[in-house]
Design a protein around this ligand. Structure first.
Ligand code: HEC
Ligand code: HEC
Length: 412
């Protein structure tokens, strides 16, 4: 199905002041049904991680996710910023680990469905993503040899049960890493190629165990899913789970709000990157433009030596244009499930309420970096997405977004 064409046709067909009493057209029913959680189907499979379904890997990953010993100060774990009780986020505008980060923490749920991870998509698998924060000076601040050594000593038995014999790393320097401070980088450069590969292998396997655990964390159905089921089956009384205002909000979402152009599919994201003119945070951020360059050079990507995929399975990476200036200032479309439970919003927490986010789309200001894909308020353009919103729509849209709230489940 050509989704974009469908959306444009729907937007054109919708009357500007669409009323919630109007019955849904067949196109509306198809669009609403496509947003249901059940459309996501079975758990996605990552061919680059051969261990993701292993119960032992899941158990080890859960422990590693909560273990602060891998951090420079012994206090930071993944769970410090990805707090189960806070939608696996931290409620802060920007992540706070060893030091203050420049972007907002993202939820772990839904991540397994995305071909690219992080706001800028600089990683192409959950396991490779997990390796980033461990070495990031502002997050765990660990170093690769130190981390691999903890792994092969304290977790030796668990590790070997899953991945086979662990290398002996005792003779290596205490701290060495290709990304750390100068002394650590120098120590890393002096390691033999064989030692580096051994350390990298242990490091990658840690990521694979963590990813296996993260894959067990998922969104559950929301009130919206119940409403959409009722719409799909033509069950009028079942549709009572929505108030007229929520129905109106959904209608705007599908039509003149143009939200579904980017927030589509069961996670309410196209998993793609867009410049929507969100104000820049204090630290200038080119988003996806830099993310692509990092990804193609990453030894832990799908095509790298630590991936379990065959090259032809790395389709996303194989067809990526490396130098793409249209991506300057683009960020990944976040999924909207449980969005009401996890303010603040946007890649650096620029907005504190859903109403502010929607007001941003109503104005659609020009981008500070790169070019916004949205036409400014009142501007008629054929080369940009034209959003028609008026102030009263803000409440209706926000009411609809609040229906996307459901439980978070951990399957094991
Ligand atoms: C200091 C806080 C902090 C710590 C510690 C941390 N994260 Fe994150 N996490 C973030 C931030 C901030 C982002 C977004 C960063 C970006 O886009 O550049 C993020 C992004 C992610 C994502 C991407 C989700 C998506 O949809 O793309 C996953 C998954 C994740 N973290 C898992 C982990 C794991 C696993 C660990 C431990 C190894 C960890 N995080 C440690 C703050 C943290
Ligand atoms: C051109 C694609 C596009 C369109 C159209 C669009 N969005 Fe977004 N949306 C995004 C992107 C990209 C972000 C993240 C931007 C950033 O952080 O810089 C985002 C962020 C959001 C967020 C914040 C979520 C979070 O976790 O931070 C909400 C809420 C949201 N959009 C709702 C809407 C609504 C409602 C509409 C329709 C009025 C809409 N979007 C239209 C792409 C789009």
């Amino acid at each position: 199905m050509n989704f974009r064409a469908l959306i444009v046709a729907m937007a054109a067909a919708a009357s500007f002041s669409g009323r919630s009493q109007e019955p849904w057209s067949p196109q509306d029913v198809a669009a609403i049904s496509s947003l249901r959680l059940k459309e996501a189907g079975d758990l996605p499979v990552d061919p680059s991680n051969a261990y993701e379904a292993s119960p032992e890997a899941i158990a080890l990953g859960r422990t590693l996710f909560h273990d602060p010993r891998f951090s420079a100060n012994g206090k930071v774990s993944c769970a410090s910023c990805h707090v189960a009780e806070r939608q696996f986020e931290d409620s802060l505008p920007r992540g706070q680990g060893i030091g203050p980060g420049k972007r907002r923490t993202m939820p772990v749920m839904g991540a397994m469905h995305s071909p690219f991870l992080f706001w800028d998509g600089r990683k192409d698998s959950l396991w490779s993503q997990a390796l980033g924060p461990l070495e990031d000076a502002l997050e765990h601040g660990g170093n690769r040899v130190g981390i691999a050594r903890i792994m092969t000593t304290r977790y030796r038995a668990e590790y070997e049960k899953i991945f086979g014999p662990a290398p002996a790393l005792q003779s290596l320097p205490a701290a060495a890493s290709p990304t750390g401070p100068a002394a650590e980088r120098e120590a890393w450069a002096h390691l033999t190629e064989g030692s580096r590969m051994q350390v990298n292998r242990v490091y990658a396997n840690m990521g694979k165990a963590i990813a296996a655990f993260e894959r067990t964390i998922a969104y559950g159905e929301s009130r919206f899913d119940r409403y959409a089921d009722a719409v799909a089956s033509g069950d009028k009384s079942g549709q009572q789970v929505f108030t007229p205002q929520e129905v109106q909000g959904l209608r705007i979402f599908l039509t003149r709000g143009q939200c579904i152009t980017c927030h589509n599919g069961p996670m309410l994201t196209d998993h793609a990157f867009h410049n929507t003119g969100v104000p820049q945070a204090a630290t200038p951020d080119r988003g996806r433009y830099d993310g692509i360059r990092k990804l193609v050079r990453d030894e832990f990507n799908c095509l790298g030596p630590y991936s379990d995929a065959r090259p032809e399975q790395c389709t996303e990476l194989l067809y990526l244009a490396e130098e793409d200036t249209s991506q300057i200032g683009s960020f990944r479309t976040p999924g909207l499930r449980n969005v009401a439970l996890r303010p603040p919003y946007m890649h650096a927490g620029q907005f504190t309420t859903l109403e502010q986010v929607i007001a941003h789309y109503m104005r659609a200001p020009a981008a500070a970096a790169g070019r916004s894909e949205l036409a400014a308020h009142g501007e008629r353009r054929t080369d940009k997405i034209v959003i028609h919103l008026a102030s009263p729509d803000i409440r209706d849209l926000a009411a609809f977004l609040r229906t996307l709230t459901g439980p978070v489940s951990q399957s094991r």
